[in-house]
Design a protein around this ligand. Structure first.
Ligand code: PAF
Length: 281
């Protein structure tokens, strides 16, 4: 794996790949890589010849008081993991390479979709995500870009951005990767104490209960979300932000639950905010 920190250098390298007819796959991350990210790298390799993994903790998507400063960073460990999964280029720019003037006067916004679910609790977050992803698409010009299903709203917004703004990139959303006990992988799991780690298992347990109820014939979004909420609220140390059943394309709540709809949850476990979701089948 080669590590590149400059946009110009990356563009030059990738121009060579394209000139040779190579397909480029992009896996955008904020580093602190776990098996979820590595599964994205594996999928990227299946769909491209050269995988670019970007590592950039994007200040634009953190609100004041969020965890920008303490977000886990370990470039040496990430480099070793990326190399082991066939990543060709690790793009790890500094903040002033991406935002030379400190910020950006033009941003990408999706008010209707970004205001729901997590967006209601993290104002400006998705403008920051869409803006940096649009920049990465323009810097890398990938044939395919891969994102995780765990960030359900982010996945919807990026799919819609690529479609609505005609980015010539195929956006692929890959399944959630879980720890053996069901906890969805997240770089933020390192914040959890051992007690909180146990409490956090209630998220996947609650989602399983929703799936079981759906499989048994329950179709009421209110009943399904109440089932999830009851399990979360019974768990000490967990405080629920939202539980919603949504259509993954519109992020709106359907009148009746159906296969492919998502049950999405956000909670705080102690001071750590965790999200998880499940696509009903
Ligand atoms: O999912 C993430 O890690 C980030 O939101 C992303 C897509 C890399 C944009 O900064």
């Amino acid at each position: 794996v080669i590590t590149v920190t400059r946009i110009a250098e990356l563009r030059q390298f990738l121009a060579g790949v394209r000139a040779d007819g190579g397909r480029i796959g992009l896996v955008p991350t904020m580093g602190s890589l776990h098996d979820g990210h590595l599964a994205l790298c594996d999928a990227a390799r299946r769909h491209s010849d050269v995988v670019v993994l970007s590592i950039f903790v994007n200040p634009l998507q953190f609100a004041a008081g969020e965890d920008l400063d303490r977000y886990p960073r370990d470039l040496a460990a990430d480099t070793a993991l990326a190399a082991g999964r066939g990543v060709g280029v690790l793009f790890a720019p500094a903040v002033d390479e991406i935002y030379p003037t400190g910020t950006t006067a033009v941003t990408v916004m999706a008010p209707a979709l970004a205001g729901r679910l997590c967006g209601a609790y993290r104002p400006g977050h998705f403008d920051g995500v869409l803006t940096v992803v649009a920049k990465l698409f323009n810097i890398v010009m990938p044939h395919v870009a891969l994102f995780g299903q765990k960030d359900l709203q982010q996945a919807t917004l990026i799919r819609r951005m690529a479609a609505d703004l005609d980015f010539p990139v195929a956006v692929r959303i890959e399944p959630i990767v879980r720890e053996h006990d069901g906890l969805a992988m997240s770089s933020r799991n390192v914040y959890l104490t051992s007690d909180e780690r146990v409490s956090a298992l209630s998220l996947s347990r609650a989602l399983r209960a929703a799936q079981d109820a759906f499989a048994a014939g329950e179709r009421s979004p209110a009943v399904l979300t109440a089932t999830v909420r009851a399990i979360l609220e019974r768990q000490s140390g967990v405080s629920v932000q939202y539980v919603e059943l949504v259509d993954v394309d519109t992020l709106e709540s359907p009148a009746r639950a159906a296969v492919g709809h998502a049950v999405a949850i956000a909670v705080h476990v102690g001071s750590t905010r965790l999200i998880d979701n499940h696509l009903l089948y």
